[in-house]
Ligand binder design. Structure first.
Ligand SMILES: [Zn+2]
Ligand SMILES: [Zn+2]
Length: 370
């Protein structure tokens, strides 16, 4: 029996209660969580934007220690520190065999199978397959990556979603090269990671945009050369002023690559308008199914831009988490900068509110390791 944050229905508040975990089956492991980041995708699952069978324990950006292994597990042992991977690749499907493990057909299979029960026996599903807002979880052995040595688990947790996604969006999805200009819209955990990814890729200038003026300091510490305030009301006049500011910073052309980390039609349109002719507009934010983005048929031809979706930073956690950890070790990647609050599991509902308001970057749930 472990304490967990349970979502009973889309739109309902999460409730802290006890769940009973099943023993790890074949090819599964039990993990005692050390820390779990509160990601916008958890909010999207909680409000129904992302489909998630319920009741569910959310949480997918986490690290902890293996406490039990099922049969046929030879990749990790009891006592190993691990980072969770919410989209484990099967390594066998068509996408995996093409070197696109982030698009694996089976990446989200685990979220559809109950992994625990409530006190009345109701089956509980693991949010995004990982169920990390709980003292312990049971996941597929493929869903854990050995945690890098020398990195505190609370910072290693961030590598599992925000950092992998944000850095990957710039370095892998867009393949930004040294000297190219990058704009990042939305400075949560993913956006601040994208800013750092742009810096790591040698981009120049790196422009950070957010609706909250108070994010400027964080943006500059993450490596942004300039900060531009996004208007609350995306009316054409105000957005034109933003585009004008970006053109002033890029010799009149617009950026080589714009990375949208918000997930709304209006900010996708803004990101698109900041992109130079022939440049790339990468959409990382997860928006609503009914939030439609429109493009004029002529502008698609005239601007010759690419509009690119981004899943999990086009990354492979098994390959990329060690790389990111090395950058963290050398100080080129600042993980602690992303953490704006350290909280207990009971404070999760308040952390969701802060995330909704856009004022926080990452709230990190810390679990008692006793
Ligand atoms: Zn996430
Ligand atoms: Zn696959």
């Amino acid at each position: 029996v472990v304490r967990a944050a349970v979502l009973s229905a889309a739109g309902a508040p999460v409730r802290i209660t006890d769940v009973t975990l099943a023993a790890p089956g074949p090819a599964q492991v039990r993990v005692r969580l050390a820390a779990a980041g509160v990601c916008h995708s958890d909010l999207s699952a909680a409000d129904g934007t992302l489909a998630q069978p319920v009741p569910a324990v959310l949480g997918h950006e986490a690290a902890g220690v293996v406490t039990e292994v099922g049969a046929d597990v030879d990749t990790v042992r009891v006592g190993d520190p691990v980072v969770l991977n919410w989209a484990p690749a099967c390594r066998r499907c068509w996408f995996c065999s093409r070197g696109e493990p982030h698009l694996c057909e089976h990446a989200l299979d685990a979220m559809a199978a109950p992994y625990a029960t409530l006190s009345d026996g109701t089956p509980v599903y693991p949010g995004l397959g990982t169920a990390a807002f709980a003292a312990e979880t049971v996941v597929s052995a493929a869903a854990v990556v050995p945690a890098p040595a020398g990195l505190p688990l609370e910072l290693a947790a961030l590598l599992g979603c925000a950092v992998l996604t944000g850095v990957g969006a710039v370095t892998r999805t867009a393949g930004v090269r040294p000297g190219e200009s990058v704009a990042v819209l939305g400075l949560g955990g993913v956006g601040l990671s994208a800013v750092q990814g742009a810096r790591l890729a040698g981009a120049s200038p790196v422009v950070a945009l957010d609706r909250v003026a108070g994010k400027e300091d964080l943006a500059r510490r993450a490596g942004a050369d300039a900060f531009v305030l996004l208007p609350d009301d995306p009316s054409s006049d105000q957005t034109r002023a933003v585009a004008g500011e970006i053109r002033r910073l890029t010799a009149g052309r617009g950026v080589d690559c714009a990375v949208e980390c918000i997930g709304s039609a209006s900010t996708i349109r803004t990101a698109w308008s900041l992109t130079r002719r022939g440049g790339q507009c990468v959409v990382v934010g997860i928006g609503r199914r009914d939030d439609l983005v429109s493009f004029g048929a002529l502008e698609l031809f005239h601007f010759a831009r690419s509009l690119v979706g981004c899943v999990y930073g086009s990354a492979d956690p098994a390959r990329d988490i060690p790389l990111l950890a090395e950058w963290a070790r050398t100080g080129e990647l600042q993980l602690d900068l992303l953490v704006t609050d350290r909280i207990g599991l009971d404070d999760l509902p308040a952390a969701f509110d802060r995330l909704r308001s856009g004022i926080a970057a990452r709230s990190l749930v810390l679990f008692d390791q006793g």
